[in-house]
Design a protein around this ligand. Structure first.
Ligand SMILES: N[C@H](CCC[C@H](N)C(=O)O)C(=O)O
Length: 280
């Protein structure tokens, strides 16, 4: 079958976007993996699917699949590209959209400066919401959870769900962070039965941070929107960050705001790279 798609990126996190508003979405995991494959397919971190609304309170449904084929709960950089796509494709003339994911309703606002602001919903702070199996473990005074690793080392993790699971470590220098070593080790830990995205955050001041994320189902990406949100929430809860933080990812800059109670707001870029089609 011939599939038309739009290639997009938000702060270097890249996506294949599919319009499923006119024909139902029905790709198999193998076809999704082929789409995501950077050698045998198009190549992307995630596949985003735009579907008609499933209730009167939202404008669209928003579905996300990692490049490895499995469906996931949330993608923040993808949400910004979602509204850009909908506007460019003439699917809506609104500048503010409400979209439903598998476990969230997001509000997406395109701004006059070309960036997009996403209401990411409220973080979920109980470890069970990731899920994380905490039996026999105790969080420390900063709310960090100890995790013993296979090679005998141990790490301390902040655990935050943005609808999808995140474990955050503090590092002194993201450029020296052991992302390729610790990312897979922590993801493989059986205490994360549905896996986890692993963030490495360097706090530069109360309003600036740098981050790298080893994503579930994608490996290290150039930016992770939900990962930046989870890291800032963890930093604010630890008393290390103010309510508005500029987060520098390898692929671009994201602004994250959280009042400590309600929704997390993320603002950043969203670009269309090219249109294409592929025989699947
Ligand atoms: N890898 C993530 C999904 C994509 C999240 C990321 N690309 C973002 O911008 O939030 C997961 O398995 O939960």
């Amino acid at each position: 079958m011939k599939l038309s798609f739009t290639k997009m990126q938000g702060a270097g996190n890249d996506f294949v976007v599919i319009d499923a508003t006119r024909q139902p979405f029905s790709l198999s995991p193998e076809q999704l993996r082929r789409l995501g494959d950077r050698r045998f397919g198009v190549g992307c971190d995630q596949i985003l699917v735009v579907e008609p609304p499933d209730a009167p309170d939202v404008d669209f449904r928003y579905r996300i699949f990692n490049g490895s084929g499995e469906e996931v709960e949330h993608c923040g950089n993808g949400a910004r590209c979602f509204v850009r796509f909908v506007q460019e494709q003439g699917l809506s003339r609104k500048t503010e959209l409400r979209v439903r994911t598998v476990n969230n309703v997001l509000t997406l606002r395109s701004q006059d400066d070309g960036r997009v602001q996403v209401d990411m919903g409220a973080p979920r702070l109980n470890p069970e919401s990731l899920p994380f199996e905490s039996a026999g473990l105790q969080a420390d005074a900063q709310g960090l959870w100890p995790l013993a690793l296979a090679d005998g080392d141990a790490v301390k993790l902040a655990l935050v769900s943005m609808g999808n699971p995140h474990a955050v470590l503090w590092v002194d220098d993201v450029d020296q962070a052991p992302v390729a070593l610790r990312g897979p080790q922590i993801q493989a830990d059986p205490r994360f039965p549905q896996g986890v995205n692993v963030g490495f955050m360097q706090i530069q001041s109360r309003t600036r941070a740098r981050i790298r994320v080893y994503e579930r189902g994608a490996g290290e990406t150039l930016a992770c929107g939900t990962g930046a949100c989870a890291a800032v929430v963890a930093g604010i809860r630890a008393g290390l960050l103010d309510a508005a933080v500029e987060v520098q990812a390898r692929g671009g800059l994201l602004r994250i705001e959280w009042d400590g109670v309600g929704s997390v707001f993320m603002t950043g870029p969203a670009e269309t790279v090219f249109q294409g089609s592929i025989e699947l």
